[in-house]
Write a protein that binds this ligand. Structure first.
Ligand code: ADP
Length: 491
């Protein structure tokens, strides 16, 4: 879809704030609501129905019934694919509204919502629409007079818990493979950003998905989220968020031995060798960290620059970072909006303080903007050492830590010296160096001379404590299917 960014963009009307269960919009059982806040004005955008244990229970029952008895259970795989295509069509038809709603609730620049989030959502839904009728098993030559074959069957009712940094895109990453394989869904969007998921719920009904296939319960993590994780009627939990939350979820899910997939945090190394195209690497370093206000699980937050070019590199990088346009996300020229909420804003500012106190050199930024809104200046720290908290902890904000290195062995050792392993990047013109680094770094995704290049067909997920299982690509289908082996006696 062509993006005409010369347009004026405005906040859309909020159309849906209720809970979706079995194809019906309802208030919460408790009658409670919670506010979703505009991160620019700090005012309430809307009150949203607050789901809790009782609502989760109803949603799980609806999802189980749809999985076992409804038309979904017997629908031809190709027809499931058609429904996914229809949903993608409706997202395209409502592109302006959905992108503006995402910007309103999350604070991300409208240019990003329109150029990145929405196109990736549409592409992901269409990619998995294509998979629906291509999921199959094998025939296996076994000993004896038997015929043995395998089938991939849908795992069942999937609880899906997502964060606020890419609200609609995280929905697409979760729904695509679940629907392609024939699972049913209870989705809990993040409490900070429920609005686009709820609007998508309206499009689910319009697309003609059978009732109960997709249920949406907005609410808080320790209440609605926890009830979903513990519910015995749920077969699998797919979670994207903080590594510490994943530990809580893993423990809570152990009682019912649910299948778990996790896409978690990172402290991704972005490594620049002296022989790289330095201008491209500077642009990649800036984009790799500051895109989405630094709120990316794969943000290149540890920037390693080879010693011989460190000084000139940092000088240009600082110029580029400080020229980012911070402000109203509805202006087409804005490149950085506010952080999503007060809690994140406070956390990021406390890390900036730790960086300053710890002796790192704050070369640009380092302050919040005066006035309303959770705006923080793009911040670059140099003279960072590996043991500083700004080099070890996931800050999830516009704070870049620059470290210097001397050679390949050293940078590989330091890049891997972390419990995270989500992503990494390397910038060099030497193809050998690129391969040596890509092979040695312990990360689920490695970008060479690029950063944050995503595609619905390319698997994404973490090594080590950055995740379990993979999202996107064919790999994600394995997370939503169980393998059945059938052996027939031919004797
Ligand atoms: P963040 O710190 O980035 O908000 P979280 O991991 O806390 O990341 O949140 C990601 C998602 O996990 C949100 O939808 C949140 O409501 C949910 N969540 C938080 N705590 C729990 C929990 N104990 N059980 C289930 N879900 C949770």
């Amino acid at each position: 879809m062509a993006v005409t960014d010369t347009k004026t963009f405005t906040a859309p009307k909020v159309k849906q704030t209720k809970i979706l269960i079995n194809g019906e919009w309802r208030d919460s059982v408790s009658g409670k609501t919670f506010p979703t806040i505009n991160p620019v004005t700090e005012e309430v955008i809307a009150e949203v129905a607050e789901g809790d244990k009782a609502d989760i229970d109803l949603a799980v029952k609806a999802a189980r019934n749809a999985f076992e008895n409804g038309p979904w259970a017997t629908m031809d795989a190709r027809d499931r694919g058609q429904l996914l295509h229809r949903l993608a069509d409706l997202v395209e038809e409502n592109f302006d509204e959905l992108s503006a709603l995402e910007t309103l609730d999350n604070g991300k620049p409208i240019s990003d919502s329109r150029a990145a989030d929405l196109p990736l959502v549409i592409d992901c839904l269409r990619y998995y629409a294509g998979w629906a009728d291509k999921i199959h098993g094998q025939t296996i030559p076994v000993r004896g007079n038997y015929f043995t074959y395998t089938k991939r069957e849908p795992t069942g009712v999937c609880g899906q818990i997502i964060p606020w940094n890419f609200p609609l895109l995280m929905v697409a990453w979760k729904w695509g493979p679940a629907l392609a394989t024939g699972c049913t869904i209870v989705m809990k969007p993040a409490e900070q950003t429920p609005l686009t998921c709820l609007r998508l719920g309206e499009l689910v009904i319009e697309a003609g998905f059978p009732e109960g296939v997709i249920n949406i319960v907005p609410g808080y993590g320790p209440t609605a989220g926890d009830a979903l994780v513990r519910h015995p009627g749920v077969d699998k939990i797919a979670f994207t968020g903080d590594s510490n939350t994943a530990k809580i979820i893993m423990s809570a899910a152990s009682q019912t031995l649910k299948r778990l997939t996790f896409e978690l945090g990172g402290k991704s190394p972005n490594v620049v060798f002296a022989d790289a195209d330095l201008d491209a690497a500077i642009a990649g370093a800036e984009f790799g960290l500051f895109f989405n206000q630094g709120q990316c699980c794969c943000a290149g937050s540890r920037l390693f620059v080879e010693e011989s070019v460190h000084e000139q590199f940092v000088e240009k990088l600082v110029q580029q970072a400080s020229s980012r346009k911070l402000g109203d996300p509805f202006l087409a020229e804005t490149t950085q909006g506010p952080q999503v909420d007060k809690a994140q804003y406070d956390k990021i500012l406390s890390y900036i303080e730790k960086g300053k106190q710890g002796g790192a050199a704050c070369l640009t930024g380092g302050e919040p903007l005066e006035g309303k809104g959770y705006f923080i200046e793009p911040t670059v720290f140099a003279n960072v050492t590996d043991d500083m908290e700004i080099a070890t902890d996931e800050i999830f904000g516009p704070v870049l830590s620059v470290l210097s290195f001397k050679d390949m062995d050293e940078v590989i050792r330091r890049a891997n010296d972390t419990n995270f392993g989500l992503a990494a990047a390397v910038w060099t013109k030497d193809v050998n160096k690129a391969h040596i680094f890509a092979s040695a770094v312990r990360a689920g995704t490695v970008w060479v001379n690029c950063y944050d290049v995503f595609d619905a067909a390319a698997p994404f997920g973490g090594f080590k404590q950055s995740g379990m299982g993979r999202e996107l690509g064919e790999a994600a289908l394995a997370n939503y299917t169980d393998l059945k082996t059938v052996t027939m006696n031919l004797g």
